[in-house]
Ligand binder design. Structure first.
Ligand code: G3P
Ligand code: MG
Length: 279
């Protein structure tokens, strides 16, 4: 049993308009928050903005995420900053604006979501011949993100489903880095080793020996994981931060499996952890 760090997913998307300044500021205010996870990608001018989807017209529980349509990467910064997120007064913020609003007592987990291209190669451990090209694809955007992060004195952790993003990050700075695992746990472990990452970020059903491993969740299959990623990562000195939980039961299950951090949609899910619950 561990006492995992709580990482607020998109600024606790379960209770706030995701990836907005208001969400980040409110997340920082919750006692248990160690870090705030945000997704970044470029506006048309290349400026990093905080937004999850590559297009503006998606929905959450049937409600439009914004009042516009089109690719984020083809939309002007002025337009993005004037949109309403989930019908609230919050707009899509620049990374700079969000970092400026957040106290440095909490860390930020910057998820490098998209460098402004269509072809992403998500969750893939790249063949050697492709690695340099993929690093180059990400390099300008990652450089811009790093520039925007310079003034933030809190802890920073960069994660990505794309190996190219981590390659570009490692090339440019010494910040902590973590591959996000999609449907291939072994690929994630390989990437973590290749870039000597400080952490690995598997999905919540990737943790061996937990009840969650047999539950469907995004890319990973529901069979018992072949790799005990907690054991392997800890042996290699890496932290394991798991995404994304929305109940105290999930939090408790993962804490019992000794993970180091848990990305959560709601604050307070850690409240019952370790309270002698029967399993
Ligand atoms: O970083 C964890 C989690 O945010 C990854 O999935 O799709 O919510 O960005 P997603
Ligand atoms: Mg994310």
């Amino acid at each position: 049993m561990t006492d995992p760090a709580v990482i607020a997913h998109r600024g606790y998307a379960g209770i706030e308009p995701e990836n907005t300044v208001a969400a980040a500021v409110a997340a920082a205010d919750h006692k248990g928050t160690a870090m705030i996870e945000i997704d970044v990608q470029p506006a048309a001018c290349g400026t990093p903005v905080v937004f999850h989807d590559e297009r503006l017209e998606g929905t959450r529980d049937g409600r439009p995420v914004t009042d516009a349509s089109g690719f984020v990467r083809e939309t002007s910064l002025e337009t993005l900053e004037s949109l309403s997120v989930l019908g609230t007064d919050e707009s899509i913020p620049t990374l700079s604006a969000l970092l400026e609003a957040v106290p440095e007592t909490v860390g930020i987990n910057v998820e490098l979501k998209n460098p402004g291209t269509t072809e992403l190669r998500v969750g893939e451990s790249l063949p050697e011949d492709d690695r340099e090209r993929r690093r180059e694809v990400w390099q300008p955007f990652v450089a811009h993100v790093l520039e925007d992060c310079e003034t933030f004195d809190g802890e920073l952790l960069f994660s990505s489903f794309c190996e190219g993003a981590l390659a570009a990050l490692r090339d440019a700075a010494d910040y902590a880095a973590a591959p996000l695992v999609w449907d291939d746990l072994e690929a994630g472990v390989e990437i973590a080793r290749r870039y000597d990452c400080e952490a690995i970020h598997p999905p919540r059903n990737a943790i061996a020996g937990t009840a969650l491993a047999s539950e469907p969740y995004y890319g990973l299959s529901t069979s018992e994981p072949e790799i005990d990623v907690v054991e392997v990562a800890h042996e290699e000195g890496r932290a394991v931060n798991v995404w994304t939980v929305d109940s105290w039961l999930q939090f408790d299950e993962l804490a019992a499996a000794s993970v180091d951090g848990i990305v959560a949609d709601y604050p307070g899910l850690e409240a019952r952890t370790g309270a002698g619950l029967a399993r």
